[in-house]
Structure formats: C-alpha cells, structure tokens
Ligand binder design. Structure first.
Ligand SMILES: [Zn+2]
Ligand SMILES: [Zn+2]
Length: 382
C-alpha cells in the first residue's frame, strides 16, 4: 500500500510551524484514539498514521530529510526503522504532547501501562565511509560498535539476584498511580507514573555488585548494517534499538548512521549521474579513435568519431548510480577535453605551422557544434 504524504495526513502545509503541527496531531489523535474507538481497525490505522507523521514533522532533522527524499529518506529498503511505529512508541510520545494539558486525562492510563521499566538508553552515532562502488550496489557493513550493553551479571535488571527484587509497595506492582483531579471539564481521573519505582512496578532491595544497580556496562557489539544503493553523503539512517542499552533494563536507544562518501580516483558524482573527464589530443579528436574509460562497473571502450569537438559530452546510459527514492539508474557522462601540448619539438612545430593557415582549420561553428551555454542547458534538461 502506498504511504500517504505526511503533510496530507495531518492536513497542514509544508511551512506549518511546530505548534500548528502539534495542534493538528492532537485533534486527529483525540478523534481516532483506540480508547474511543474500541476494536476499530480503521481508526487504529489512522491513529498510527498520524503518530508517524507527527514523529517526522515535529523533528527538524527528520522533517528536512523527508522534505528532501520523501518516505525513502526515512526508511530505505535496507530494513531501517523510521516508519511503522508501535503503539508503545506512540504512547511514549504522548508524554510530551499531552503532558501539559487536560488531554492527559484521556490517555494517562494507557501511558502508565505501556511504560517500560527503566529509562531509555541514549542514541549512538557512527559514521560510515563508502566508496562509489559500494554506493552503486548497496552494501552490508559489519561494524564493531563500543557501547553500553546490558550488565552480564544481572542481565540488565540491576538486581543482585531474583530474591533482591520486590513488588513496589506504593503502586502494588502496576507501575502507575491514579489520582482524581478537578478540572474545568469536571472530575478527571489521571494516571501518573509511580514516583517510587518510576513505573517499573518493582523495587530493588540489593543492587547488582558488578553494575551497582545501573543494569549496564561498557561493551561492544558487531552490527550488520545494510545500506541501500544510492545513498548520499550527509544522509542519516537509523536502526531502532541498536544504540546504548537503557538504564535498569529500559529500552535501548537508536543507532544513527551518518553516510560519508569517499572520493573516487576518476569519477565525480552529480546526483544519480557520474562524470568522467576525458582528455585527448587534438589529432585523436580530429581523426577519431577509440578509448577506454573507467566506469563504476569496470572499463568500457568507446568510439570517438572524427571531428569531435572539445566540450562534447558522451553519455553511457544506465552506467550511473541508483536512487534511494526512485527507480532507474543515472548515466555516466564523459566530458571531452582537448589537450593542447605545452611543449613541442622543432619538427612538431613545423608540422603545425604547415597546417595552421589551412582553410579547414578555421573555426566554423555550425548548428550542431553547441557552445558551453547550450550544452549546459541540454545537460540540465536530461
Ligand atoms: Zn548488573
Ligand atoms: Zn511503584
């Protein structure tokens, strides 16, 4: 099923500011909230769709990527997260949207139940340098990442052993406490996270001796990162839950992967197209020849017809790069530069002098010999 445009989902314009986006999302979330639409699959889908749109449009970084690359910028074909939020994620997100208002009363209880026991781990950021060849085909990188992992002695719980965990006496193990409040809408029952156990429902009487109750330790993990073909320098991919481990068994943060493009010895990139500067001498250009040029998939022989002008661009169809967001490949453009000798022997000079005044050597640009500006126009049209 095609994904709907996020701006359309929330019914806001591309230039909508943060508070407009928030307001639009609140309205939709209230309308389609599962508590108000029990067993209604369609409402649930709408609810999730809006949450996902809000998640992206409320985050300057994600919004910029979405504006530039569309849905593909957020979830490539390499198994990256970014789309498809779980209900758990959505209710966690509610904390900052509804926390400061009476809306909390409608949703509080769910937020409490869904909260996980410990604090979420922080995101981890790494850089991955890629060659143009790797970008052309997509690549799986195995990278060893140093990060906080669950403590191996207590498995992340932070407790010395199973006997040193007891049910929280404040909340009776539910992780949340109910309060009745008077608001302008009448008596409202709110549910908040238990202040004693921070929502865990459990209390640790004896902390783990290795991690002192934190539940984490420094470690490393070798992570397989699937990078789709066509990524660009500066793009960011994310893998949910592969960042630092959370406190006391809380959910892990995300792994954020920043793409860096390594320079190719011969080819330059221009979006999906690759550009190669070919230098040839005047004699080859005048007489015609065949030359080998490097491409991203090995060398290719091309024919240079007699009478080729400097500045001519030859195009090798489909020899460029794929795109992350659309189908099809770019081309390789071969840009002809005529090499003029900087020093010559007396014999060579004599030869040149005999032909320099010949009628055929007088420049006579015709219709098919396009100047720089026309060639640039053609290039941007293609
Ligand atoms: Zn431990
Ligand atoms: Zn408690």
């Amino acid at each position: 099923m095609a994904k709907r445009d996020f701006y359309e989902v929330l019914g806001v314009g591309k230039d909508a500011d943060e508070s407009t986006v928030k307001k639009a999302y609140r309205k939709i979330a209230m309308q389609f909230h599962p508590d108000r639409n029990p067993d209604n699959k369609e409402a649930e889908e709408k609810f999730k769709e809006a949450a996902e749109a809000y998640e992206v449009l409320s985050d300057a970084d994600k919004k910029a990527r979405y504006d530039r690359f569309g849905h593909a910028g957020l979830s490539g074909n390499g198994g990256f997260s970014g789309g498809g939020m779980s209900m758990d994620d959505i209710f966690q997100q509610f904390g900052d949207i509804f926390g400061d208002s009476p809306f909390e009363s409608f949703f509080g209880s769910r937020g409490g139940q869904q909260r996980s026991s410990g604090q979420r781990g922080s995101n981890l950021r790494i850089r991955v340098g890629l060659t143009l060849e790797e970008i052309a085909n997509g690549v799986t990188k195995k990278i060893k990442v140093k990060k906080r992992v669950n403590c191996d002695q207590c498995s992340g719980t932070g407790a010395k052993d199973t006997q040193s965990v007891k049910t929280c006496s404040t909340c009776g193990g539910s992780g949340y406490v109910r309060q009745v409040r008077s608001t302008f809408l009448g008596q409202m029952q709110t549910t908040t996270v238990c202040p004693t156990c921070s929502g865990a429902g459990k209390q640790i009487t004896d902390p783990c001796t290795k991690c002192k109750g934190d539940g984490r330790m420094m470690g490393a993990e070798t992570i397989e990162i699937e990078i789709p073909g066509g990524v660009e320098d500066g793009m960011q991919l994310s893998m949910r839950g592969r960042g630092n481990a959370g406190l006391k068994g809380g959910p892990a943060g995300d792994l954020l992967i920043n793409i860096e493009e390594k320079q190719h010895p011969h080819l330059k990139r221009d979006g999906k197209n690759l550009i190669y500067d070919l230098y040839m001498n005047f004699a080859d250009a005048a007489l015609g020849t065949s030359v080998e040029v490097p491409t991203i998939s090995g060398k290719v022989k091309i024919k240079i017809p007699a009478g080729t002008q400097g500045g001519k661009i030859f195009r090798l169809k489909q020899k460029g790069l794929p795109s992350v967001q659309s189908y099809g490949k770019g081309d390789q453009l071969i840009h002809v530069n005529i090499w003029t000798p900087k020093k010559m022997s007396d014999k060579e000079k004599k030869l040149m002098e005999t032909i320099r005044d010949s009628e055929n050597f007088k420049p006579q640009p015709g219709k098919s010999d396009k100047g720089f500006f026309e060639r640039m126009k053609d290039y941007f049209k293609s």
